[in-house]
Design a protein around this ligand. Sequence first.
Ligand code: GLA
Length: 370
Amino acid sequence: MKPVILTVLLAAAAQAQPPSLKDAFQGIFRIGAAVNQAQFEERDARGAAVIAAQFNTISPENVLKWEAIHPRPGAYNFDPGDRYVAFGEKHNMFIVGHCLVWHSQTPSWVFQDETGQPLARDALLDRMHDHIRTVVGRYKGRIGGWDVVNEALDDGGAMRKSQWYNIIGGDFIIKAFQYAHEADPQAQLYYNDYSLENEAKRKGAVELIKKLQAAGVPITAIGLQGHDKLDWPTLQQQADTIDAFKALGIKVNITEFDIDVLPRTTRQNTADVSAAATVAAAGGAGSNPYANGLPGEVQQALARRYADLFGVFLKYRGTITRITFWGVTDGDSWLNNFPTRGRTNYPLLFDRQGQPKPAFDAVLKTAGSK
Ligand code: GLA
């Protein structure tokens, strides 16, 4: 074939490829998604194809959480985690581990002895050490970064009174980071939390990170979960939050990004997973207004909102290194069931058929104006 014809054909083929988030933000941010088991096992072939085409980093929605990977004392269930990591390697992705120490999705035996009594501090530290050494050690050199501690603060910015805190004390965080670093000295280590855009909680997080730094803890980045709404956080709150952590010399990742378009059904503005209710309890059909489709104006408002937030993120290139969506398509999202079960939400960039939404185009466009 003549070189000129080949060039024309290649150019046509390149044009036929749908644009991808990972290419658009190449050299600026890694762009990722939290993936579920059907996706990384490729039983959800459509979802797996979107992930491979669009993203260059993945997070595991559930399979590395304590209850999944370490369901009983001494019994580890590595199989799903192994397949998650293999999927990421197959597609040359940056693979995130989520999460090592959290108050939720952690079995109650973790905090008890054989007779059901609360463990003493040293015994719980030993258990945490064993868990971190085993899980981080298994994926050493393959998982590039770990959410070491998830959600250790309450909404006011004080330490959450979790069993980790109550039994071990505030230094459980320092210990968790030390154990993770020991198990894989090359891995990036993160503290991950929600609602840090609110000033009180952000201040608590800044104090916490300063304490970790003073104790010599190797923390790479803070994860802002980014469970956002159409009207929260403001762009100013978003920028102030990134600035606050940038000033501490750490990176900032957006780790669980989604934008809830449904009416609030709880008084708190929270991503606390213990806050779920049912549609009926939450005020009936009025709380689920888009069960038959998203009106055009809300679709456009969502697209603008995504573009506005990406506009802020782009101002912080160099500080923000990764933006991960919590899910791939709207149908996969936890927000169909949180904080109210059984609603129809539209928080992501791909619709229930796996097709890009106006919000996808709006986000891509922000990369073009970089
Ligand atoms: C929190 C956790 C995630 C996930 C989401 C909701 O933000 O960090 O692992 O459970 O809630 O699904």
